[in-house]
Design a protein around this ligand. Structure first.
Ligand SMILES: Nc1nc2c(ncn2[C@@H]2O[C@H](COP(=O)(O)OP(=O)(O)O)[C@@H](O)[C@H]2O)c(=O)[nH]1
Ligand SMILES: [Mg+2]
Length: 232
């Protein structure tokens, strides 16, 4: 999967303000400061596309970017940034949960976890929520340049050991570093595979609907997420 064009499309405060669902979407979610915007820029191959901030809690909007004029990368607001002492702000916001539960063109979520930290309760809680709500996701351990490889490996193994009992088949995971330039091909591969599956499904549906043209009444197609194999 090559990226030939990457453009900012819009910032939406909630699901209703998001653009139409005509393009497949791949969304980044994770704690504030985990490296969502940096990873988006790294995958897109454009340093200044999404705004990177050393200050946590910066992005409050759903930011949409169109790649190759055919699919979107979505930078979701981060969770886990406690503003003041309000406990509620630890939780991810309504716009994010609505988007994740109801966006029909959402193909995959990349759930970002900092490889430099031991398993954090809020990340475990969030992944459990994703699994319970049947949101299709893969895990991406970020910032592998920050620690010695052995420390990152230890944190990753501990995290996967904690979540594995929740699944028949544990979710796929990847590692990346936007700073060291590691992990881009594998993540673009995930998107490429999903896009191939969607194209194949669309072709099949087109062929099927052509063979139905003799029928006088055609039913409107039922909107659903692409039937991709889920990681659990
Ligand atoms: N060492 C290291 N720092 C990173 C990496 N990715 C992002 N950062 C830094 O982490 C901070 C938060 O990054 P950002 O992409 O804005 O995170 P977001 O809040 O999840 O969107 C910034 O200071 C980035 O420079 C990485 O791969 N390695
Ligand atoms: Mg960001």
């Amino acid at each position: 999967m090559d990226i030939s064009s990457a453009t900012f499309e819009c910032s939406a405060p909630d699901l209703d303000s998001c653009p139409d669902e005509s393009m497949p979407e791949f969304a980044f979610i994770g704690r504030s400061n985990v490296g969502k915007s940096s990873l988006l820029n790294f995958l897109a191959g454009e340093a200044g596309l999404a705004r990177v901030s050393p200050k946590p809690g910066f992005t409050k909007l759903i930011n949409m970017f169109v790649m190759n004029q055919s699919w979107r990368l979505v930078d979701l607001p981060g969770y886990g940034f406690a503003e003041g002492s309000r406990k509620d702000s630890r939780r991810f916001n309504n716009a994010v949960s609505n988007y994740l539960k109801n966006r029909t063109n959402l193909c995959h979520v990349f759930a970002l976890i900092d490889s430099g930290l031991t398993p954090q309760e809020i990340d475990l809680e969030f992944l459990e929520w994703l699994a319970r709500n049947e949101v299709p996701f893969v895990i991406v351990f970020t910032k592998t340049d920050k620690n010695l490889p052995i420390e990152a490996e230890k944190n990753i193994a501990a995290f996967m050991a904690q979540i594995s009992p929740w699944f028949v088949q544990p979710p796929a995971y990847f590692t990346c570093s936007a700073v060291a330039g590691q992990g881009r091909a594998a993540l673009l591969g995930v998107i490429g595979e999903a896009m191939d599956a969607i194209t194949a499904e669309a072709k099949k549906n087109n062929a099927a609907s052509e063979s139905l043209t003799t029928l006088s009444q055609k039913k409107a197609p039922h909107k659903k997420r692409p039937d991709l194999e889920r990681p659990w």
